[in-house]
Ligand binder design. Sequence first.
Ligand SMILES: *Cc1c(COP(=O)(O)O)cnc(C)c1O
Ligand SMILES: [Zn+2]
Length: 419
Amino acid sequence: MTTIEVPAAFATSPARALMCRECGHEVALAPVHVCEMCFAPLEIGYDEDKLRLVTRASIEAGPQNIWRYAGLLPAGQDEATRVSLGAGMTPLREAKNLAAALGMKKLWVKDDSANPTHSFKDRVVSVALSAARSFGYTTVSCASTGNLANSVAAHATQAGLRAVVFIPNDLEQGKVVQTAVYDQTLVAVEGTYDDVNRLCSEIAENEDWAFVNVNVRPYYAEGSKTLGYEVAEQLGWRIPPQVVIPMASGSLLTKVDKAFGELVKLGLVDASDWKVYGAQATGCSPIATAYENGWDAVKPVKPSTIARSLAIGNPADGPYALDAVRRTGGAMGHVSDEQIVAGIRLLASTEGLFAETAGGVTVATLQQLLERGQIDPDAETVLYNTGDGLKTLDAVAGQVGPTATIAPSYGAFAKTGLA
Ligand SMILES: *Cc1c(COP(=O)(O)O)cnc(C)c1O
Ligand SMILES: [Zn+2]
């Protein structure tokens, strides 16, 4: 086998080459995402000897953000190329009240709403833009359901890169404003996310830009592994027996599973079994529906759900998410918009944690899996909250409000009977 040359900009990276997930064909590290032989997605292949340099001690001596795992990521090893707003090391909260409400023994919430732009996307964007810089790009771009737009615009701004961000034109105001405020270029497209994504693939063929979820997607996706590493580290270097994860493209779910596998392989944790559970909204549940029906292929759908951040009708990593869930003995579920709102309110009223719609999807799906006996209530479980409720106020705004509205006098307050 001939060795594939590593570009100079990646000399300190443990990444070795790009590897086809289906046929195994390998090419040099470059801004490409599909295999030239079979058109399947490319994934980062690592130099195992370099990965083995990472120890618990070396990680623990690192910064309090995702870059403590730089030795396990494809880009951003050097300060010169690293793009970072400090994403990562978000709280892993023990959720005793929610556990009691659900009849579970031990439940944790990994709260990624605590990231710089308030969603888990800061992890993937930080790695993607570091790779983009290593490849010499000065303009970065993406198609987004909202959170990715927020994160790309913010990270690009801080790193001195130009961002051109594409979103469907009917996104929640919170997500539009939180992208526009950075004064980058924001283009609203008359269509669904899948339309926007198709448009971006076309633009990518004509412009020399780094598209976070097109040509640099293999690098981007690896950032999600840090949500697996962190949970294991925060639990005292062990893998939780059950994890419940929201799915849009399905990438996050597959990468948490991949991260657990790597930790075992590298001897950073003791080998143990884990089960991965996937959550979607019924109004956009192509992966969970394939699971339910025992299909290997994922049938694209036209999304219609309040969980806009998960509204990808044609999920690129769907088949791999199905593989991970089936291989580990987990399950998938999907929940209605009413259940999503109830999930948001249950998490808020038990744990004092306000999640966006994706968090509501995950809580409600956990509840459903418990009711159906598909998840073990006695096994320790980690639920991933991937975004902040302040971004999707509309989902609950009509349902909650002041307990009373009164004149500014004690008499008026006394009359309410609220004392
Ligand atoms: C993007 C996103 C996800 C999951 O995305 P994948 O495409 O499955 O990796 C989950 N939650 C939120 C809030 C997101 O923005
Ligand atoms: Zn291939």
